[in-house]
Structure formats: structure tokens, C-alpha cells
Design a protein around this ligand. Structure first.
Ligand SMILES: C[S@@+](CC[C@H](N)C(=O)[O-])C[C@H]1O[C@@H](n2cnc3c(N)ncnc32)[C@H](O)[C@@H]1O
Length: 628
């Protein structure tokens, strides 16, 4: 593998081992380098049936041309899927020929963890000569930390994974376990997440060049995928010969959380410029609690750490419940008991530390974004916001808002349940747009492009759905005078213009996503004119001030809204009578009957509902491997 690609090169780094460096200066948003396809890739279990394993396209993903794409499973193993005979044939030669007979013999092969499948693929590819000596040498020079892996409490689990990979690779010999373990460890340390244009994770990949970038909590680059092309783009200006850094973890997390994740998975203590400042950064700061808030936080912490509220409240207490009751329930929901720290390693008070530990532990326990159930998110969102000291941009709150919006907007079609859910989606998306995103990310960050593009689409959907209904919903939530001033059509245009201005820097010129934002969306949203009639550009600052007012209301009311949602009273209390008819289904029923179809369209969360499964089975067809 070449030690340079496009305008980046690899050499020894002052940070650690090898690193990647810039061959020239880059402006923010500029492409640094792109790898047509990482050396090895594997889709995760859900992704296998939805995305082409060769080009990662998905049927009807909202991007140009995808409506006519049909994803078909390999008729032999029924594990991997392709969008065409051509993709099937390329993948067959590259890797599938070796793996198909193995997957075919396993009844639930698609459920094998993708890291295990990736190791099996690496072993088989190396044995079959598909990975050259030079590439393999570069791969083997990546750190694996296998000794550290052996020291871990959960080593047995990892050993079993490596053993499984060896078995599924078809590479004979029982003496190869150490080799498989070393590859497995190297893949764990060096894998890059494969995502859709909507940054939704669908698999993992590893590449001897692209995996060489070192970590910084203040990175100067980010990774986006254009189909299979893995691109490093500049997050801020980079000078010639500067080291290119990316963030392995969420760099918006507080100091101890970042350090913990980096140590756990990558075995190092980060000493980047942000970490040098320890907890004295925006990521760690909390608002100063008043004495009354302090007492409340102390009560919460005590209940969470002991599992007992000050005052016992029986489980069957009728709703609406007291705070104590809710906290008591929360305390029971955490798999591990949180302890207040004995020696304060954190500058937070022990009570706040317990709360923070609870929040991160809880978020970890509810797993990734691949479920659509809203209920698990609400208690922790309520908990953080009801402390009144947790800034909206402080993790894990922004992550929870992201997950909340993805889950809420990803289910059935708007025609089914209509406005009830799109109202909250829009309100919280505006809240994120005003109070979270500008604080956390520069304007051309891919997440911001995505968020503002979603807002353009949601604003239009709200308008089209039923203007009168929407107004009523928003009047109930925001109050009449404010709600009546919202001009969804003009806002949709403002949001779209903003997405268009940032997408080239966040996703590049050539991506299908950029094409969708620049060329396709104006047509879809505003027809041939590409702009709403009578659109007043000069009133943009006024509309922005209105959005600030909307976000302020959401901020003030969010804690009580989350609580009402938890108790199934949200629709009744906030969105009035019409919602009441369905409120017996509770929050879950509500939210699960809605779909702005947009996140899903961009490859958003996979629905795990049975209905979805039925559709999949009906639509799914098989690609025969006769002429492979
Ligand atoms: C994906 S590799 C990065 C490339 C690696 N430096 C090499 O020599 O090939 C990840 C490993 O690099 C090291 N590393 C990356 N960023 C680091 C940092 N900021 N400080 C210390 N070690 C780092 C750690 O050993 C980590 O497990």
C-alpha cells in the first residue's frame, strides 16, 4: 500500500506511531484524500439485507435514482445482498467466492458480529492472495494492543470472537488462533465506521492507510463516505505538513468520558490540546445550581446511588407521579449501580458526578440508534433537563436529542397519524438548530448540513400535511401569537439554502447526497421554480429571531414535556383534544405511527416492526449465482 494518497502521506508521528500528514495546505471543507474503497469492509447484520454489500446503495434511500434499485440476496448463502449482477460479480471475485460456501452452511450467518466477519474475511483474503504482501505488511504495522486485550476482564469473550472468525474464515489449522487474535485485535483498534450519507452507521471497514490517522479531541479532519469512497475532509484550515487528526470518540463529551472511552478501546491517555485543559472546557461546564436546585440534585443522586428515594412510593401509584417515584423507577432501570465517587476525581460535586455517571451508563445500556422505541430515552432526557443546570449542548443531552428525533421521525407515514408527531419533531429540531448545533459544530460540519436539510424537509412536510392542523398544534405548544407568525414555506427555503451552502464542504461535489440537496430537493420542495413564490430573502434575520423564540419556549417547557411523554399524557396536555383520541396508546403508539419518511429515506434507523419485516420479505428477491 502506498504511503501517500492524493495529498496526504504517512510518516512517524510525534503523537504516536505512524500518522497521516498534509502534503499541502487545505481550506476548511476541502477534500484531503479519498480511498475508493477501504481494504476490507463488512456491513452490520441489519445492513446486510438492506444495502448492496458491494456499493452500499440502498433501495429508495431518497438519493438520485435509488427508487429503481432493487436489493437482492445472493441465492446461495442468502446472507449478503447486491443491487445488480455487476456488483455481485465484482464482490464475488473480490471476497464472496471464498465466503459464500461457509455462510451457506450456517443457518444464522448474518447474525455473526460484523467484526468477526471482518476478521474471517481478512484471514481468507490473505490466504487467497487477494491482499498483497505490501498491503498486508502495512496492515500488520497498525497497532493491535493484543497484550492489553489479553489483560482485559472480558478477554474470554474476545477470544471466542477470534476463534469464531478463524472457524468461519475457512483457513485450516488449529495453530492459527494467535494469528486470528492478532488480526481481531488490530481490527478492533483500527476499524472505521461505514455510514450512509446521513451518517447512519451500517458497518465497519479497515484500511492500512486511512486507519493511520491519530486521534485528537480537537481534530482538524472528519471522515464521510460517498458510497464506498472514504473521504477525509478538513474540519478547519490545515497547513502543509501538519498532522491530520480525527476524533475516535465523540469529542463533545466531557473530559473523563472521552478519556475513559479512549483508554477502554484504544489503550491510550489522550494528551491533546483540549485534554490538557482537563475539565476546564465548554464540554464539562454546568450552570451554577441555586440552593434549591442543589437540594433537588442531591435527592436525585441519593435515589440513583442507593436505589431508594427519600420517600418510598409504591410502583402502582397512579400517574401523574411524583419526582421521587420517577427517580425510583430510573434507579431500577440501570443495570449497574452508580456509586458516588469516594475520592473526587472529577471537579463535579459527588451528586452531579453520580448524575453524569448515571446518564452515560444509561445511554450505553439502551444501545445504539437502531431501535425505534422512544420510551427508553425519555427518563434520562427528563432527568438531565429537570436538574436545570445541564446546558443543552452538554453531552449526553445532544446525543439524546439526536436519537429522539431519529426515532420519532422514522416510523410509519405521515398520512397515517399525521401531525401529532411532526409537531414535536419540528419543535425539537428547531431547538437543536438554535441551541445546540451552532455551539458544537462549525457551519460545514456534516451533522449540521444533515440537520438543517432535515429541517427544510420537515418544514415542508408540516405545511403540506395540513396547514390548519399544524397551526393548531403549534399554537397549543407555543402559544397563538408566536405560532401564527411561523412561515413554514419561507423557512423551508431558508433551511434549504443553508444546507446547499454547506453541503459541498461537508460532503463534497460529487456525492449523491450533495446532488440531492442542490439539484433534487429544490425541485421536490418547490417545483419547477425551485423557490417558493414571493419568498423574501431580506426577511431571513427576522425569521431567525422567530426561531430563537421558538427554541426558547421548547427549552423552557422541555422538562415538563419529557415528563408528560413518559406518563403518556403528552399529547393530551400539549397537543390537545384530537390527540386525546389516541392517547390511550400512550406515547409509543403515537410515535410509532408516524413517519416523516425522511430519515428512513436517507438510510435512517431500521424499523424493527413486524410490518416492516413483512414488506421486506415480499420485496426481497434472490440473485442467482449461476453465472458467477
Ligand atoms: C488507528 S491507530 C492510529 C495509527 C497508529 N498511530 C499507527 O502507528 O499506525 C490507533 C492507535 O494509535 C495510537 N494513538 C492514536 N492517537 C493517539 C493519541 N492521540 N495519543 C496516543 N496514542 C494515540 C493508539 O495506540 C491507538 O490505539
Amino acid at each position: 500500500m502506498a504511503a501517500e494518497i492524493d495529498n496526504a502521506y504517512k510518516k512517524l508521528s510525534p503523537i504516536a506511531g505512524n500518522g497521516l500528514f498534509a502534503k499541502k495546505a487545505f481550506q476548511e471543507g476541502e477534500l484531503i484524500f479519498g480511498i475508493p474503497r477501504p481494504m476490507l469492509t463488512e456491513l452490520d447484520s441489519a445492513g446486510l439485507r438492506l444495502y448492496c454489500s458491494n456499493c452500499f446503495v440502498r433501495s429508495n434511500d431518497g438519493l438520485p435514482g435509488s427508487r429503481h434499485i432493487k436489493i437482492s440476496a445472493c441465492s446461495a448463502c442468502k446472507v449478503v445482498s447486491y443491487c445488480s449482477k455487476q456488483c455481485q460479480s465484482i464482490a464475488w471475485k473480490r471476497q464472496h467466492k471464498a465466503q459464500c460456501p461457509i455462510w451457506k452452511g450456517l443457518p444464522r450467518a448474518s447474525e455473526i458480529p460484523h467484526a468477526v466477519r471482518l476478521v474471517a474475511q481478512a484471514l481468507a483474503a490473505r490466504k487467497n492472495g487477494r491482499i498483497s504482501d505490501k498491503e498486508w505488511e502495512a496492515f500488520e504495522s497498525l497497532p493491535g494492543h493484543v497484550d492489553k486485550l489479553r489483560e482485559r476482564d472480558d478477554f474470554e469473550t474476545h477470544a471466542a470472537m477470534a476463534m469464531g472468525a478463524l472457524k468461519y474464515s475457512g483457513v485450516e489449522t488449529s495453530s492459527n488462533f494467535d494469528k486470528a487474535l492478532a488480526i481481531y485485535a488490530r481490527i478492533l483498534t483500527n476499524s472505521l465506521t461505514i455510514t450512509t450519507a446521513a451518517l447512519y452507521p451500517i458497518g465497519v471497514g479497515v484500511d492500512p492507510f486511512a486507519s493511520c490517522a491519530n486521534h485528537s479531541c480537537e481534530p482538524n479532519a472528519f471522515v464521510v463516505l460517498e458510497g464506498t469512497k472514504l473521504c477525509y475532509r478538513a474540519l478547519r484550515p490545515i497547513s502543509k505538513d501538519e498532522e491530520i487528526s480525527m476524533s475516535y470518540v465523540d469529542d463533545k463529551c466531557p473530559f473523563f468520558q472521552r478519556q475513559k472511552e479512549l483508554r477502554d478501546r484504544y489503550y491510550f491517555d489522550c494528551k491533546c490540546s483540549k485534554c490538557q485543559r482537563g475539565c476546564d472546557t465548554m464540554e464539562d461546564r454546568l450552570k451554577q445550581p441555586s440552593p434549591e436546585q442543589e437540594r433537588k440534585i442531591s435527592r436525585y443522586a441519593s435515589a440513583l446511588t442507593t436505589g431508594k428515594p427519600d420517600r418510598y412510593v409504591p410502583e402502582d401509584t397512579p400517574l401523574p407521579a411524583t419526582d421521587e417515584f420517577l427517580i425510583h423507577k430510573l434507579a431500577r432501570q440501570l443495570p449497574r449501580r452508580i456509586r458516588k465517587p469516594r475520592d473526587s476525581i472529577s471537579p463535579l460535586s459527588p451528586d452531579l458526578y453520580a448524575l453524569e455517571a448515571y446518564a452515560f451508563g444509561y445511554v450505553e445500556s439502551i444501545g445504539g440508534p437502531k431501535t425505534v422505541d422512544l420510551e427508553p430515552l425519555l427518563p434520562v432526557m427528563w432527568l438531565l433537563s429537570s436538574t436545570e443546570v445541564w446546558p443543552n449542548y452538554r453531552q449526553p443531552f445532544p446525543d439524546l436529542v439526536e436519537d429522539f428525533l431519529r426515532r420519532t421521525a422514522s416510523l410509519e407515514g405521515p398520512s397515517k397519524a399525521g401531525f401529532h408527531n411532526l409537531g414535536p419533531v419540528w419543535l425539537f429540531a428547531v431547538f437543536r438548530y438554535i441551541q445546540i448545533d451552532p455551539i458544537l459544530y462549525p457551519a460545514h460540519h456534516p451533522l449540521r448540513t444533515l440537520h438543517v436539510f432535515s429541517l427544510a424537509n420537515w418544514s415542508m412536510t408540516l405545511l403540506e400535511d395540513s396547514e390548519a392542523d399544524q397551526r393548531r398544534v403549534l399554537e397549543l405548544a407555543l402559544g397563538g401569537p408566536l405560532a401564527r407568525r411561523i412561515d413554514f414555506l419561507a423557512l423551508a427555503k431558508d433551511f434549504l439554502s443553508e444546507a446547499q451552502a454547506s453541503v459541498v464542504k461537508s460532503h463534497g461535489h460529487q456525492s449523491r447526497f450533495s446532488y440531492a440537496v442542490i439539484a433534487q430537493a429544490p425541485l421536490n420542495l418547490f417545483g419547477e421554480r425551485g423557490s417558493p413564490p414571493g419568498y423574501a430573502e431580506h426577511k431571513r434575520p427576522e425569521r431567525l429571531r422567530l426561531l430563537e423564540d421558538v427554541a426558547k419556549v421548547v427549552d423552557e417547557k422541555k422538562s415538563s414535556w419529557f415528563r408528560q411523554m413518559m406518563e403518556g399524557r403528552f399529547m393530551e396536555d400539549v397537543f390537545g383534544e384530537r390527540a386525546l383520541k389516541k392517547s390511550d396508546q400512550g406515547v409509543r403508539g403515537y410515535f410509532s405511527s408516524f413517519n416523516a419518511n425522511f430519515e428512513k429515506a436517507l438510510g435512517g434507523p431500521f424499523s424493527d416492526s413486524e410490518d416492516d419485516d413483512k414488506d421486506w420479505k415480499r420485496d426481497y428477491n434472490w440473485l442467482s449465482s449461476d453465472d458467477e
